[in-house]
Design a protein around this ligand. Structure first.
Ligand code: PMT
Length: 405
């Protein structure tokens, strides 16, 4: 009885998969848990309040403005008395409301008011799932720590094939168990240092050399490390995305400042170098704005920047136990990554193809290859938050092995 004593608030959205919510209630009860349900107006078009109440053995809540419901239990208490809030099926509309903090019915109000973790089981037409708006909402929800189970690939009720089918009730119940298991704070007590974003190397007071890094991947790693219980220092170049929660952020502009900030943040147990650091800077940048003259354009003389990753990895004192570099390549990705692993003396390289059409720099998705001395592990294309979660699990496993040989 793995869910013994656990209370789930189940929000049933309006989709053909709503019938599976009835099986889910059964599955949760079979595992010892209890279910209180909110049925949305659209959900009630697919399953009746009576069938939900019969299976859950509880009153079903449907109306935000029902005085009876509010007298018995307010929507705030309803959302907080549960151990976990589960949305199944989570329609495109419900996900959009959650991502934007809308609260215009009982389900969306409870989702905004809850102080508990939320697990969603999306279900929708494949095109709706793949639509840019839905994918943007999903990225927002993942960065808000909303848990996802599914959707699965398969033939849909509408006859199309692809991702969008709601996960099966036993898989959702497994995800509920995992979400309610005592949290595996994989990096509790560890200090994780992450670099992220681009650097800006000044040409003069108004111009600089930069690159297209948005900081999304590095910030996602810092956020995932914080969720895993680590103390996190994030040294970030100039970015326009928000600071991850629970992380100490040190903002820098230039590579030399980034190196200084990284050295100052040591000692660390794990260091992840995700920043796209400019390899060169202007040898001597102008204190005044360069003027157009009849002599033609100025020649910009470049000089190498310090290699932050290599500098830290070659330290004898205070070398972090696990040093992870990134390799941003546009061809021969694995070969170049192997060469960087060797030359920069790091323990792992996360290689990604940043070629013109990849959309990796600045985008939400990434396809990475984990390159170590004797292996290459190629991961499927994932949201950057998922890449970060998987990386943190991998680092935690490696770190444990290293610290306890
Ligand atoms: O920020 P996003 O838009 O989310 O994009 C993510 C990303 C593509 C920037 C990220 O996934 C990535 O690949 N980061 C590394 C970018 C890079 O500079 O790669 P590189 O192959 O040039 O450098 C190799 C490694 O050396 C990197 O770990 C880099 O941080 C480090 N380096 C490079 C030069 C330098 N002077 N100092 C360094 O520490």
């Amino acid at each position: 009885m793995s869910l013994s004593g656990k209370n789930v608030l189940l929000i049933i959205g309006g989709g053909i998969a709503a019938y599976k919510a009835l099986e889910l209630i059964r599955e949760i009860s079979k595992r010892g848990g209890s279910v209180r349900a909110i049925l949305t107006k659209a959900g009630a078009e697919f399953v009746t309040p009576l069938s939900v109440a019969s299976l859950s053995g509880e009153k079903v809540f449907t109306d935000l403005f029902s005085l009876t419901d509010e007298a018995e239990m307010g929507h705030i208490e309803l959302s907080r008395s549960a151990d976990l809030v589960v949305v199944a099926p989570a329609t495109a509309d419900l996900l959009a409301k959650m991502a934007h903090g809308l609260a215009n019915d009982l389900a969306s109000t409870a989702l905004l008011a809850t102080d508990k973790r939320v697990l969603v089981a999306p279900a929708m037409n494949v095109r709706m799932w793949q639509h840019g708006a839905t994918q943007r909402n999903i990225a927002t929800l993942k960065s808000d720590n909303i848990l996802f189970v599914g959707p699965d690939d398969g033939t849909m009720a509408c006859g199309e094939f692809g991702p969008g089918r709601m996960a099966e009730p036993p898989a959702i119940a497994d995800a509920i168990e995992a979400a309610l298991a005592p949290s595996s704070r994989l990096l509790e007590g560890r200090h994780v240092l992450v670099t992220s974003g681009p650097t800006h190397e000044p040409i003069d007071p108004v111009r600089y050399i930069a690159n297209r890094s948005s900081g999304k991947q590095g910030h996602a790693i810092a956020a995932a490390a914080a969720r895993a219980g680590a103390k996190v220092t994030l040294v970030s170049g100039p970015v326009s995305i928000p600071d991850p929660p629970g992380v100490q952020v040190i903002r820098v502009e230039e590579a030399a400042q980034m190196l200084q900030a990284v050295e100052k943040a040591l000692p660390a147990d794990i260091a992840v170098f995700c920043a796209a650091v400019a390899d060169w800077r202007i040898a001597s940048h102008s204190e005044d704005k360069l003027k157009k003259t009849d002599a033609g354009p100025p020649a910009l003389l470049l000089t190498p920047n310090p290699d932050i990753l290599s500098t830290i990895a070659h330290r004898t004192a205070d070398r972090p136990s696990l040093i992870v570099g990134f390799a941003a390549e546009t061809s021969n990705v694995i070969d170049y990554a192997r060469a960087k692993l060797d030359k920069k003396a790091c323990d792992l390289i996360v290689a990604n193809d940043v070629g013109g059409n990849s959309g990796v720099m600045g985008g939400d998705m990434n396809t990475v290859h984990i390159v170590s001395k004797d292996a290459v592990d190629s991961w499927p294309t994932l949201n950057k938050t998922d890449v970060a979660e998987r990386l943190i699990a991998l680092f935690a496993a490696k770190f444990t092995k290293k610290s306890r040989p």
